[in-house]
Design a protein around this ligand. Structure first.
Ligand code: SF4
Ligand code: SF4
Length: 381
């Protein structure tokens, strides 16, 4: 496993994590086998938004004697009513479900307490105040029942507000090549696939830029970005109007290539799917290459760096993907963290000899030399 810092929490998280979405109806044996396969593969970040007692019990059993090996992301605002999962902003109800989560997981604390599914501006106002769920999460943190506070969202403007509020350490956001072309203020009530197949090229491009700005904002604020739904609910594996058939490894590489992403949490319903995700760790550069997304006519990627490093090796040792990502973040806002990250690079953009081999290799038509010159202009080396 490879590890990255989960933003300002300073905790090392495995780049491949586990989401529980498809384990809701699974048996105790299945949950245990998937969780153990994950932990054996080095996974140490598990997201558990589900509120149903059975799945919470099963995770508690699976994590017996292994709780210390993983960070658990539990959600505040995800409840069960009449047997149906739903979102709640009622503090009494949410407190009850949080206590239930701790009991069933047989733990005293949750590592990342996620304010669940903050999707609309008025919901932000409801949740983000001392009388709302944010205040409740802060109380749990003071009591030692939560180590860090996070948010899960699918909505770019709202997620951006949560990141810039200064109150959160972690953002869980949908990141995949299909979703990145959707309108930024899309609400999940709209059929994902309908929008995916029918929206225009212009919206796709605009949406991608809005999402890029969000990811860079996470980098600026040092908020750990957790990528959820990396496979777009399987849409990316099928032959479809978007012409984007990708493998799990390619999808994970796409998500992990975005700025500020620390870990990706694919929903795995069995050990085979968990192993397919863990295969990312051993995959070759060819297997990781996600440039097939270029075949999708909705993508207007020409010239946009995806930080994928398909252009390496550079003869003078520049890590082109990371150098460009840091430079792009600095284009939004520059701070000490970004400068330190640049200074830590072993080869700086100023070493570029303008040989051009990277430009020939880049599948996205990026003018790397222009980007290296931009880095030198910003960082002076
Ligand atoms: S320049 Fe091209 S190949 Fe290199 S990191 Fe950017 S998009 Fe990838
Ligand atoms: S053009 Fe610059 S960054 Fe690209 S391979 Fe050559 S030296 Fe490296």
């Amino acid at each position: 496993m490879k590890y990255r810092k989960l933003g300002r929490t300073g905790v090392d998280v495995g780049i491949v994590g586990l989401g529980a979405e498809y384990l809701e109806q699974a048996s105790e044996d299945t949950v245990t086998s998937v969780v153990h396969a994950a932990i054996d593969g080095g996974v140490n970040y598990i997201d558990l938004f589900l509120a149903s007692p059975g799945v919470r019990d099963n995770f508690g059993i699976a994590l017996q004697n292994k709780r210390h090996q993983v960070m658990i992301a539990g959600h505040l605002g995800s409840v069960l009513r009449d047997g149906q999962y739903c979102r709640s902003r009622d503090k009494v109800e949410c407190e009850k479900f949080f206590a239930d989560l701790l009991t069933r997981l047989k733990t005293d604390y949750i590592d990342a307490l996620m304010l669940h599914f903050v999707e609309k501006p008025d919901d932000y106002e409801t949740v983000f105040n001392s009388e709302g769920l944010l205040g409740l999460a802060q109380k749990f943190k003071k009591e030692g029942k939560a180590r860090f506070i996070g948010v899960s969202s699918h909505n770019v403007p709202v997620a951006l507000r949560t990141v810039n509020s200064g109150h959160i350490d972690v953002l869980m956001f949908t990141i995949n090549p299909a979703f990145d072309t959707l309108p930024g203020d899309m609400h999940v009530e709209v059929s994902f696939k309908e929008v995916l197949y029918h929206h225009s090229d212009a919206i796709g491009r605009e949406s991608m830029l809005a999402r890029e700005a969000l990811y860079h904002a996470c980098a600026i604020q040092n908020v750990g970005l957790v990528a959820m739904k990396p496979y777009a609910a399987g849409v990316l594996f099928r032959d479809n109007p978007t012409s984007m058939m990708l493998t799990p490894v390619q999808c994970l590489n796409y998500a992990l290539s975005q700025p500020a992403v620390c870990t990706v949490v694919p929903g795995c319903k069995n050990v085979a799917e968990m192993n397919a995700a863990l295969a990312f760790l051993e995959a070759t550069d060819e297997e990781k290459d996600f440039s097939a997304i270029n075949a999708n006519t909705m993508w207007k990627l020409k010239g946009s760096c995806m930080y994928c490093n398909h252009c390496l090796p550079c003869p003078v040792g520049i890590d082109i993907g990371i150098t460009t990502r840091i430079t792009d973040t600095a284009g939004y806002e520059i701070n000490d963290n970004i400068v330190s990250e640049y200074e830590a690079l072993s080869a700086k953009a100023s070493a570029c000899t303008e040989c051009g081999v990277c430009v020939e290799r880049c599948p996205f038509g990026v003018d790397v030399i222009v980007n290296m010159n931009r880095a030198v202009d910003i960082f002076g080396q």
